[in-house]
Design a protein around this ligand. Structure first.
Ligand code: PMP
Length: 364
């Protein structure tokens, strides 16, 4: 939980204010001269970057008198993290919540949602976004039938990118500008590159706007999109693996959400990633940096490393003091029972130390 010097009124006040942490060992292993910095969102109260938009969407709806305590039922289609943020906000504020979520999303997310008092409806992962069976279709059906039902709609709600323009972006800028350059740790004291995965696209769009409008117009913003999704731009990037399913949760879609800016003024370039490289990058973040991140954080790191090796990124990779910020969207809490994580954690090659332990125990 982020440290606060004073007593907080409720859990929502512990949303955001997340740390920006140097990823020096990974940078060294990859031969990078630039700084690699992780914006670690799992320390937010609900465990992800999406707490910020949940809090803002609820509070702005309250200001517009769209939410009435005791009457309103917040319904939201989500890959889980927005749902957890909303369920947390609604627990604090006293609204009922229904979350619709594709089957592929983890049991841990469903358990966290139910523990916070939300109802959870699972939907077929393969259902197209505009099918009545999809998480979006089912949410719309429930809204039509349930009195007081309201969909805050993260895919269209401008408070989604705005939450990041007003909080995530400024926090990154503050951290980078308030850490002076030293001989041991040179820094441009600017955000030179920002890399983030996209689901609704609110995170990357909002952070990009904050940085480019108020801090560094020339910052290069790189979006990360899984193979099988269609968010990357230009569309030709999405041909390889089109329509294939992927395991990483929270990024990629089969439609372009309104809040995702595909304007190259906001997102300069895109990298496509696959599951394998994402999970390998999660392992690196855990083993080398001690960061217990989730799968999409691995995609973001893997995308960042691939971009830094590309013709476009090479000059940044070789530039001492350039700051490359990678958005690490959630934590491993959400994925502890997923086969990809259990395999990584429990089926690794025994280390020399493990072999020694087993020899000692056999001897005795
Ligand atoms: N990673 C994870 C784990 C997420 O839950 C989300 C939200 N769907 C994202 C990344 C992407 O965030 P955004 O919706 O703002 O693009």
């Amino acid at each position: 939980m982020p440290y606060s010097p004073s007593v907080l009124n409720n859990a929502l006040e512990a949303v955001g204010n997340t740390p920006l942490i140097r990823l020096d060992k990974i940078a060294e292993q990859e031969g990078l001269q630039c700084n690699l910095l992780g914006k670690v969102e799992y320390t937010s109260a609900g465990g992800s970057v999406k707490d910020r938009i949940a809090k803002r969407m609820v509070e702005e709806a309250e200001k517009d008198n769209k939410l009435i305590p005791g009457q309103s039922v917040v319904i939201e289609p989500t890959s889980g993290n927005t749902g957890i943020g909303l369920a947390m906000a609604c627990a604090v504020k006293g609204y009922s919540v229904i979350i619709t979520m594709p089957n592929k999303m983890s049991l841990e997310k469903e358990a966290a949602l139910r523990a916070l008092g939300a109802e959870v409806v699972r939907t077929p992962t393969e259902a197209a976004w505009d099918s009545p069976d999809s998480h979006i279709g089912v949410a719309l059906k429930l809204q039509r039938e349930i009195p007081g039902g309201i969909i805050l709609d993260q895919y269209r709600n401008l408070n989604n990118p705005l939450a990041h323009e007003l909080t995530t972006g400024p926090e990154i800028i503050d951290a980078v500008t308030s850490t002076p350059s030293t001989t041991a740790k040179p820094s441009s004291e600017k955000v030179d590159v920002l890399v983030a995965g996209a689901g609704t696209g609110g995170t990357i769009t909002g952070i990009s706007r904050a940085i480019k409008k108020t801090h560094n117009r020339d910052c290069i913003v790189v979006g990360v999109d899984p193979k099988g999704s269609i968010l990357a731009c230009p569309d030709t990037l999405n041909v390889e693996g089109a329509g294939s399913l992927y395991i990483v949760e929270g990024i990629g879609y089969d439609f372009i959400p309104d809040v995702l800016s595909r304007d190259t003024a906001d997102v300069d370039s895109w990298i496509k990633t696959d599951d394998e490289e994402s999970f390998e990058a999660v392992r690196k973040l855990m083993r080398l940096e001690g960061l217990l991140v989730g799968g999409s954080s691995g995609s973001a790191l893997s995308g960042a490393l691939r971009w830094l090796k590309s013709a476009e990124g090479k000059c940044i990779a070789e530039k001492k003091g350039a700051n490359v910020v990678v958005l690490l969207a959630d934590g491993i809490r959400n994925y502890m029972s997923k086969p990809w994580f259990l395999k990584m954690a429990l089926e690794a090659e025994p280390s020399p130390l493990a072999k020694r332990i087993s020899d000692i125990l056999k001897e005795s």
